[in-house]
Design a protein. Structure first.
Length: 379
């Protein structure tokens, strides 16, 4: 039977606990509000579990260190926000191209630039998807509670290892600094995904660190082991050698997208609240879920059949679940703490004549149920 413990902690601390439970043993980062508690927690807890914490000179080197540690066989992670997330984009692209698993926790704050460093926002959604240049896909999760911070951290590492890719964990200042009682269940070994290793009988001549013929990545040995593991940010062939031919460029580009987009049913997570008979629906994510759920309850108390779809996975976008909502209701409201980044994605799937209403707040204060309901009444 798995061990469990109850704690009254904040989201940032639950992230550290979840990462360690998932098997993470390396952290490299640079403190930045409102994510610094993750660095502090990692510095305290990792050495107790045989892990390593390194405070780097900036977020560029932090991201590089994560990739190096992962190549050496360690599950690695970092935490950042705003300007730091911007600095990580180049090496995030290297991780995507080289298929190096790691997890980046972005505790979102108001921006751009320094912005309001201690105020919450949900405005990094498009940056998460398109901040890296070139065609690619990405996996990004978004918690709405401190319990999520623990549970979904484990999910994030499992997805990173399974699909050999960096995974983004898009939390925010509200959830990061929120304190709640959580039950931290120690995962059973069967619930932890560790990267697939080449068979003991595979020779160097036979070994291929990359595979573009299927929608799943090749086995990944640690650098410095029995097999030579070539890796590069350049377009490469199955051996990891430079492969700039047009056909290979096309093949790699499609593969890096397909291994995520064609496994969307395995990757995406959504939650429904009172959607069964809903005539008005809300689609939201992250901290906005909390106020939206209250708004649904208020409407239900007034006799309005309202419901909510929570996007736990925001990338790849859960298209099937969103379309299912758009096709059954006349009105959808999209609450979010930005100027409509999720609403724009929802509209892309709206082939059903459904009215899509934005409910946005951008002043660094958590969106309220009243603001959400006011937007519905205005329209």
């Amino acid at each position: 039977m798995s061990k469990s413990v109850k704690k009254f902690i904040e989201g940032n601390n639950a992230i550290v606990d979840g990462a360690i439970a998932a098997g993470a043993r390396f952290y490299a980062g640079y403190p930045i509000s409102p994510s610094s508690e993750i660095a502090e927690g990692a510095a305290k807890e990792l050495p107790r579990h045989g892990g390593v914490y390194i405070q780097m000179e900036d977020e560029i080197s932090s991201m590089a260190a994560l990739l190096g540690a992962s190549l050496a066989g360690k599950k690695s992670f970092t935490a950042t926000s705003g300007p730091g997330f911007s600095l990580m984009q180049e090496n995030l692209g290297l991780g995507i191209m080289s298929e190096i698993p790691t997890v980046i926790f972005d505790v979102q704050r108001s921006g751009p630039s320094t912005g309001a460093a201690t105020k919450p926002a949900q405005a990094d959604i498009m940056q998460a998807r398109y901040g890296v240049h070139g065609d690619h896909s990405i996996i990004a999760l978004s918690p709405s509670s401190v319990q999520d911070c623990y549970d979904l951290s484990i999910v994030a590492f499992n997805l990173a290892e399974k699909y050999r890719t960096p995974v983004l964990f898009m939390t925010d200042e509200v959830i990061g600094h929120l304190r709640e009682t959580v039950t931290e269940v120690e995962p059973d070994p069967s619930q932890i995904f560790n990267r697939v290793q080449p068979g003991e009988d595979v020779t160097q001549a036979e070994f291929r660190p990359y595979s573009f013929s299927s929608n799943m990545p090749a086995p990944m040995p640690a650098v410095g082991g029995r097999l030579l593991m070539r890796t590069t940010g350049s377009t490469h062939d199955e051996k990891g050698e430079f492969g700039p031919g047009p056909a290979n460029i096309d093949r790699v580009t499609h593969y890096l997208t397909d291994k995520i987009e064609k496994n969307v049913d395995d990757i995406t997570i959504t939650r429904s609240y009172q959607l069964e008979d809903a005539e008005v629906a809300f689609i939201t994510f992250g901290c906005s879920v909390r106020s939206t759920m209250t708004a649904v309850d208020i409407l239900r108390a007034k006799g309005v059949k309202a419901g909510m779809l929570q996007l736990v996975t925001i990338w790849p976008m859960p298209e099937k679940a969103i379309r299912a909502v758009l096709s059954k209701v006349e009105t959808v409201v999209v609450p979010e703490m930005n100027l409509g980044q999720l609403a724009g994605e929802v509209r892309k799937f709206n082939d059903y004549g459904c009215k899509v209403i934005q409910a946005n707040r951008t002043d660094g204060v958590l969106i309220t149920p009243k603001q959400i309901l006011d937007r519905l009444e205005e329209k």
